[in-house]
Design a protein around this ligand. Structure first.
Ligand SMILES: [Zn+2]
Length: 235
């Protein structure tokens, strides 16, 4: 059976997808700060204090502060799911929570949609623009049972492929039962469609401001194609 996830927030905007690479002075910030080749989860911007919810049924295996001052919850499924032909447990991470907001404790059984805590921006945030705001870092780690595994987030359930460049995390996006693009934005944040329109306008303005005489030329057609691509990605 394939894992299906519910959205952990009712309203959100994705500020960073899984695998996003952020370069500063020619250096991959994720590589230097986390040892990952890119962003190891999905950042969902919400408002401060906005509740976040369990994405699946399972058990709470950790409620704690990480070494970077972030507060979070880790869940594990009690059943295995098919991950590319491997029967594995799923661990999900919910990070940057508000201090004192976590309403579950280690060992609690939870059901999909159950309130876990509230959003904030605790700990170290890596990323651009919206990452400074309250957001939920949502991570997914397909995991195997190993009775000899060292204690940690969910002792005995360790990442199936720890050396995949993301410490075993994989892109959660394909597992959501509702597409992420259709999410409602929190108040005050542009929707993905609005963001695309702004981008499209910038591209078109760039063309019309050009000193070149306006004629149908290849460059113009290429730019129009980019606009079409932006819109296509929303459908
Ligand atoms: Zn993140």
């Amino acid at each position: 059976m394939k894992l299906t996830l519910k959205h952990p927030l009712e309203q959100f905007v994705i500020s960073q997808p899984f695998g996003n690479v952020l370069m500063q002075d020619g250096i991959n910030v994720y590589q230097t700060q986390l040892g990952d080749i890119g962003h190891p989860g999905i950042d969902m911007v919400g408002t401060t204090g906005q509740p976040f919810y369990a994405a699946h049924d399972g058990v709470v295996i950790a409620v704690e502060q990480d070494g970077r001052g972030g507060i979070g919850v880790v869940l594990r499924t009690e059943n295995t799911f098919d991950f590319d032909g491997q029967e594995l447990y799923a661990k999900t991470l919910y990070w940057h929570a508000q201090t004192g907001s976590i309403v579950v404790k280690t060992g609690d059984k939870v059901t999909a949609g159950q309130h876990l805590g509230n959003c904030d921006s605790t700990g170290v945030r890596i990323g651009q623009i919206l990452a400074k705001d309250s957001h939920l870092h949502f991570g997914l780690i397909p995991s195997k049972f190993n009775p000899g595994a060292p204690p940690g987030y969910g002792a005995y359930y360790e990442a199936f492929d720890y050396n995949n460049g993301y410490h075993g995390c994989v892109d959660p996006a394909p597992y959501f039962e509702a597409p992420l693009n259709n999410a409602i934005s929190p108040p005050g944040y542009p929707t993905l469609a609005e963001q695309a329109v702004v981008q499209a306008k910038e591209i078109l303005q760039g063309i019309t401001k050009s000193a070149e005489p306006v004629s149908i030329k290849q460059e113009f057609l290429d730019e129009l194609l980019k606009v079409v691509e932006l819109i296509k990605n929303l459908l």
